[in-house]
Design a protein around this ligand. Sequence first.
Ligand code: ARG
Length: 459
Amino acid sequence: MKKLWGGRFQKTPEQWVDEFGASIHFDQELVEEDITGSLAHVNMLGKCGIITEEEAEQISNGLTTLLEKAKKNELTFSVNYEDIHLNIEKMLIDEIGPVGGKLHTGRSRNDQVATDMHLYLRKHVAMVIELIEGLQKSLVEKAENHVETILPGYTHLQRAQPISFAHHLMAYFWMLDRDKQRFTESFKRINISPLGSAALAGTTFPIDRAYTAKKLDFDGIYENSLDGVSDRDFIIEFFSNSSLLMMHLSRLCEEIILWCSQEFQFIELDDTYATGSSIMPQKKNPDMAELIRGKTGRVYGNLMSLLTILKGLPLAYNKDLQEDKEGMFDTVKTIEGSLQIFIGMIDTLKVNKEKMEKATKEDFSNATELADYLSTKGMPFREAHEVVGTLVYECIQSGIYLKDLPFENYKKSSDLFEEDLYEIINPYEAVRKRMSAGGTGFDMVRIAIEKAKTTFNES
Ligand code: ARG
């Protein structure tokens, strides 16, 4: 089959070679962006007198017909035309005749494909930002219902100090807030137009790059044509932002998985977000959380892959760059899907308040309270730490907790102890009193939730 670029060739590649080189099986995802970009380009060609206004209109009409068909999924792509750009050009020529061949004046597939990807990512980054905010809202709502639900806070996965469950959830809110900021900030580097860079050097046609950029709602144009066609930083940045986002989601997944284990029983997932086992009838597995944790790996992989593809590339376009697309589609699909699932999983998650609270009573996570108590009474903190550490050891030896240790034992280790110590080591009190800025005290958490809510609608 004759290629659209076939003039200087004596023979056509064998079918299997064609198939290896083709990208149409994945870049058809860009069909709408490709036609949209072409519409702006042809409009500019007409306006600048590079083709006649009638020709521009004919081509525009042809493209619009194709766009409508694309939206209805009525276009059939062929591997014989390699990629989305040549497929559309061929369909256009079939639709309106040889005048369709004028569309590609003053343009190359190199600036065309880059334009398509800028348009595609711009759309999806906006969706991702919206989904992140959706998840933040779910977290805030859950947090509001659990300000006074207490559970052990952990360091080294050892019980450390009791905290408010809302405080724990809100930690993820702020991670997501940084993710949202990063995606929002990247927008200005995504929203610039490479169109008109042509193959690499610009063009002798009197094109108007600012005009096409404006038509496509870009904020500006690439200053350098070589950079315009060979830059993939904006995709790498998207992968990097996505990797951080997935890392955050994955950490919460890990906690969800732990929390719904028999050992913790802190939460129960809604049936929708869990699955059973084909052999063990009792099982309710947190599959969705595990899957999101697992999918984090492919998002990191896409980042590594594109960084590696780019590192040795001389300017300007090289076919290696065709390898940028599958990772981009995959990352978009993965993070959008993960965020959607997460929103539902958080909204429907049942919190086992009693189990959480019980856990704070059957441990030594109130030991810091006692050390603080002694140091408030004048004992140097280091000394207080030692005294309480010894008391903890004593309790462990007798299989009891600090709350069960008789008062005379306390008195024996320090004269500073008074009967009010039992109130001090009540975990609920311990949480309530942590009113330092950003701390877990209930009123501080309420303030933090209100502050968090002010970040909505800002972007
Ligand atoms: N399918 C190609 C890609 O995805 C489009 C650009 C091809 N340009 C070229 N000169 N071969 O990168």
